[in-house]
Design a protein around this ligand. Structure first.
Ligand code: PMP
Length: 337
């Protein structure tokens, strides 16, 4: 139920250009997001290495999907879970975490926002010796999760269709996805381009620190995560949050793909790369989660088109499915201690 997702080839037209974007259906994971891969991998590692003992508490700071993944997988494995989370994240995210039986500690902007949530989670854990802090922003097992599953799956699914990736682009939250997939694909094909993506309104990666605000939940938190090494990556691609919303709306309305705002953002970054690299280029991205966590956000409201946006001019022309790859199946029997 985690990983081994289908890969879509989504046809599009913009002006005279006809192209296609390959998007990995990460919204089909266990709890509906790409973060299940990271959570499962980190917990498995922590159990094997004795950092997480039976019944030990999982404590993490997160902007949402990570909390949902740790709550669901952690509770299923018999662990209490405490999630520290900025209090402006969507109500659906908070309620979902609570629905799995995790405790949530909301952190306001005045309490330090995202950085405050990390600080508070560490203080909380330091007074409870049975706690395990996954530390997704600095834990290399996060990168490993994608280098050992998402990346190889993309490579094999394309190979089975007689294709090889020319570029991969993904919005950066922790950066686990872009660094891990990038590492795997570069090993197999050193010339492949690996682009991090960030909101144009809040370009943390380009600025080196938090600037501005944006509506693409899950990416561009407030700092450059420790696991991100920009020197390993190609240029950062900026995408507007309004354009991302319009693109996610279009994916749902035209193709029935109910994905989240960061998926709209990733699609636009990949479409831009495809236009740059030419119609035969194979450009891959991920649909990180689905639209159900955004029902009370601007994703479900009318979004004005602004000059420079791509989504209004993109016509989606169809989907082809590159099926799941059995050899990469990661949901075989597992033993947790
Ligand atoms: N999109 C969404 C909706 C997310 O929740 C996340 C994870 N924070 C990302 C994209 C980015 O993934 P990563 O943390 O691997 O960079």
């Amino acid at each position: 139920m985690i990983g081994n997702t289908p890969l879509l080839a989504i046809g599009f037209r913009r002006g005279g250009f006809e192209g296609r974007v390959f998007a990995k259906c990460e919204h089909l994971n266990f709890t509906g997001s790409i973060k299940d891969r990271m959570a499962l991998h980190i917990l498995r590692r922590a159990c094997c290495e004795g950092q997480l003992l039976p019944g030990g508490r999982i404590v993490e700071a997160t902007s949402g999907n990570t909390g949902i993944s740790f709550a669901a997988i952690g509770r299923a494995l018999g662990h209490p879970v405490t999630i520290f989370m900025p209090d402006w994240m969507s109500a659906e995210r908070r309620q979902l975490i609570a629905s799995y039986g995790a405790e949530i500690a909301g952190v306001s902007r005045e309490q330090g926002g995202f950085l405050g949530a990390i600080r508070m989670s560490e203080q909380f854990a330091s007074s409870r010796p049975d706690s395990f802090l996954p530390r997704q922003f600095s834990n290399h097992a996060n990168v490993e999760a994608h280098a050992s599953t998402t990346g190889p799956e993309i490579w094999l699914q394309l190979a089975e269709a007689g294709l090889r990736p020319d570029a991969f682009a993904a919005g950066v939250g922790t950066g686990g996805t872009v660094m891990g997939v990038g590492r795997c694909l570069r090993e197999k094909h050193p010339a492949v381009r690996i682009h991090p993506v960030e909101p144009a309104e809040s370009p943390t990666l380009s600025a080196g620190q938090k600037v501005g605000r944006h509506r693409i939940q899950g990416i561009s938190d407030e700092f450059i995560p420790a696991i991100v090494d920009l020197a390993e990556l190609d240029a950062v691609i900026p995408v507007s949050d309004g354009d991302s919303i319009l693109m996610a709306q279009k994916l749902a309305r035209a193709l029935g793909l109910g994905v989240g705002i960061s998926s709209g953002c990733n699609f636009l970054a990949a479409a831009r790369l495809q236009e740059e690299l030419g119609p035969r280029a194979v450009v891959v991205t991920v649909f990180a989660d689905d639209n159900k966590k955004y029902l009370t956000t601007d994703l479900l409201r009318d979004e004005p088109a602004r000059p420079g946006y791509l989504a209004p001019d993109i016509c989606l022309t169809g989907i082809q499915v590159l099926p799941r790859h059995c050899r990469m199946c990661v949901d075989g029997p597992r033993v947790f201690h």
